[in-house]
Design a protein around this ligand. Sequence first.
Ligand SMILES: NC(=O)c1ccc[n+]([C@@H]2O[C@H](COP(=O)([O-])OP(=O)(O)OC[C@H]3O[C@@H](n4cnc5c(N)ncnc54)[C@H](O)[C@@H]3O)[C@@H](O)[C@H]2O)c1
Length: 421
Amino acid sequence: MTKNIPVSVLVVGAGARGTVYSQYALENPDEVNIVAVCEPRENYRTKFVESHNITPENVYSDWREVLDKGKIADAVYICIQDDYHAEPCIKFAKLKYSILLEKPMAVTERECEEIVQAVKENDVIFGVCHVLRYTQYTRSLKKILASGAIGEIMNIQHLEPVGYWHHAHSFVRGNWRRDDEVAFMLMAKSCHDIDWLCHVMDKKIKAVSSFGGLSHFKAENKPDGASDNCFTCDVEETCPYSAQKIYFGDAENRRKCPPHFLDVISHYSDDELRLKDVKNGPYARCVYACDNNVVDQQVVNLMFEGGATATHTMMAFTEYCDRKTRIFGTHGRIEGDGEYIKVYDFLTDTETVHNVAAYDVMASMKGHGGGDYFLIQNFTAAVANRDQSMILTGPDQSLETHKAVFAAEEARLSMQVKMID
Ligand SMILES: NC(=O)c1ccc[n+]([C@@H]2O[C@H](COP(=O)([O-])OP(=O)(O)OC[C@H]3O[C@@H](n4cnc5c(N)ncnc54)[C@H](O)[C@@H]3O)[C@@H](O)[C@H]2O)c1
């Protein structure tokens, strides 16, 4: 990193993601300085302002309030909910901010196209937070593939194990439970995976089909004797989805639910206060008595240019763990799980195991296999040097893979194969 540092940043949305990305500035003040924030929730705003020592004139409760001020920072991180991305993104592009936009870009194809048009017309540095492309694991995998170790890729099998309690937290009780309020599951969760498959295959998707649905988390599967709230439920002890167990269980249970999930259910860090906050709120609801409608299992079949294929499986009913992938090539196969890459060579019938887990990133940014950290590092360097090529997830790549996600969801709903131009 050489020029124009530290990069100054305005954060729009100091929730879970805005807070994580901004951690980078705390440990790298010579590279990034968080100078302003827009956040409507007072408790979260105050905590964020204190962490980054933001001056009062740069604290806002809504991103719209900042527009009249012109450009007050080099870059903006847009970290608000899925369905609110397009409008601020286009407006900040017009003000010539460099933009880091949370995935999904937007929840309609048209909005995604409008975003790309705005960032191109205004010639701004732009990245979408497809963090999986930035991990050490993915970079190592790409190098192994480029070395020809398994020949030409014929097929990829990819599993996204969402995890039973994580699915209950985010997609049954939480923010992403309804496709008419935020986004459909494939866009909200698996747009990362479709994007990653394109990146690994390094080819364009030509056709998609998809099946899946909401199979389990609905009223008809509610156990006999269960109440609508985990804190008043007689059969709570027999339920793996119990909010008591997930958020307030013993140490073993707690270990499964990382602290940043607890920050989502309540801004209190004290257990007693948090319990009061959660007990009658949305995160205490029985998973069979929520207003969720997004799918809990889905498969997507992809055909790439040249005929190679891939399958993606999104699955709620797993333990909480890293994605698992098998890549079948003409000269070998790879198995990867975010930690190890196992390369089997057909010529020698031997397997080489690469341990790629040891990445050297700050503790608070180890999320997504270090992808959060390297995303911010790359984005910062791109802004400092005004060099879009440092971003792996620019407007064109991101639009292409978002279009495949929209097509896959259309395919699922219509039970048809969809072609992609
Ligand atoms: N890249 C990833 O791996 C990843 C992971 C999880 C979530 N996400 C995405 O990140 C985005 C944010 O998710 P999150 O989990 O941080 O949600 P969150 O609800 O924790 O944070 C969003 C914040 O935006 C604030 N907000 C709402 N309206 C606002 C406005 N008008 N102006 C300013 N702030 C406003 C909310 O108060 C909230 O604090 C979503 O689009 C989500 O899909 C990405």
